[in-house]
Design a protein around this ligand. Structure first.
Ligand code: ACO
Length: 348
């Protein structure tokens, strides 16, 4: 005879309230390939000029991985993560999570972050790759921050890395001049100082604009309007002018939206760390908000647009130069393929 069903009883236990913790940027680091590709190098192989590139983009040189040396997202991201862990004085074994933001990972399966976690010695860490193109690091920062603030995780390494040289068509002067390879990483940890961490954040996407920046793997991926005979597979395709217009408007709107969420004005922000897409795009945002030059960091002249690597590379350079002070208000902003755009406003 089966026992009569017992009434289901709710547990008296309440879910634990998340601890009120702050989140701090405990350490940062970056890594770059040694090989420089200058505008003069490009002039020799393409119908372009140093003058055109500098005037339209502000870029003078970029770094590129050498595949034959084994360089790629895995090696760059690993070096950047090691530098960030050393800076934070954190033992890799203490990492709870490794997030790699990248659209050029060495392998799709497994996620490149899994190999990086293993090579770091982060034996008990979870790991996943995050694909939000140039916005990837800022997405990762927001996610990691909230996981720590929620109390579920303590130590997270967020890496932004892209080896764009892998996916640009070397014969396409519209894209090859723009992109470079780089990695940057940040280690996030909880702190008793609850004033530290994200004050406001935004993450957006508009997939209806996917055609503006895409990478076709088969003829079926090529949208109407793009000539299949003039669209090489496995190479980035970009409608530069469309992306430019989108970026100029989005940058300003995103900054406005983030400031409004935090109840602040642009003058209150000590430093804007923006995705290095084009010096003219950064300049127009700076002018729109009347910011002095030192508040909007620019290193695109040296590295080009390194996609997800660009924001953490700036952050790492700025911290190394002592320009990110304790208690500063720092706003990260980025946009990219998707189209995606994201911001993260921190008290560091
Ligand atoms: N050298 C010389 N001439 C060139 C080059 C070059 N490298 N590239 C294009 N041109 C020519 C074009 O063929 C065109 O010639 P035409 O008028 O005879 O047809 C002319 O220059 C103007 O071309 P546009 O594409 O209209 O040039 P524009 O002023 O828009 O500048 C650029 C191009 C620099 C790509 C710009 O549109 C831009 O920066 N867009 C944003 C791109 C961006 O940020 N992309 C990254 C997004 S982030 C991510 O997720 C990857």
């Amino acid at each position: 005879m089966t026992a009569p069903p017992q009434p289901i009883r709710r547990s008296d236990a309440r879910p634990p309230t998340p601890p009120a913790v702050g989140v701090r940027l405990a350490g940062t680091g970056h890594a770059l390939p040694e090989t420089r590709l200058t505008n003069a190098d490009l002039e020799r192989v393409l119908d372009t000029s140093d003058e055109w590139i500098v005037q339209r983009t502000g870029i003078r040189e970029r770094r590129v991985c050498r595949r034959e040396r084994g360089e790629g997202v895995h090696s760059l991201a690993l070096d950047a993560a090691r530098a960030a862990l050393a800076d934070a004085r954190v033992d890799p074994a203490d990492l709870d999570l490794v997030i790699l933001s990248s659209v050029t990972g060495d392998t799709l399966v497994p996620a490149t972050s899994c190999r990086i976690a293993a090579d770091l010695g982060a034996d008990r860490a979870g790991a996943f790759d995050l694909a939000a193109a140039c916005s990837g690091f800022v997405y990762g920062l927001n996610i990691a921050h909230d996981l720590i603030r929620g109390g579920a995780y303590r130590t997270i390494c967020v890496i932004g890395c892209d080896a764009m040289s892998r996916i640009v068509d070397p014969s396409d002067r519209r894209t090859v001049i723009l992109f470079g390879d780089a990695a940057g990483a940040a280690v996030l940890r909880p702190t008793d100082d609850t004033s530290k961490g994200v004050l406001a954040q935004c993450m957006h996407a508009d997939g209806s604009r996917w055609r503006d920046l895409y990478l076709p793997h088969s003829r079926l991926d090529i949208p109407d309007g793009d000539d299949p005979d003039d669209t090489p597979l496995h190479c980035l395709r970009m409608r530069g002018r469309e992306v430019y217009k989108f970026a100029v408007i989005t940058f300003s709107d995103l900054i406005d939206e983030t400031l409004a969420k935090a109840g602040l004005v642009a003058d209150d922000i000590d430093l804007f760390i923006a995705h290095q897409s084009n010096a003219r795009i950064l300049e127009s945002a700076r002018e729109r908000f009347g910011l002095p030059e030192q508040k909007m960091y620019v290193n695109i002249d040296r590295y080009g647009n390194s996609s997800a690597g660009s924001v953490p590379l700036c952050l790492s350079e700025l911290r190394a130069a002592g320009r990110v002070g304790d208690g500063n208000l720092v706003m990260f902003v980025a946009f990219g393929a998707g189209l995606t755009w994201a911001s993260s406003l921190w008290r560091v």
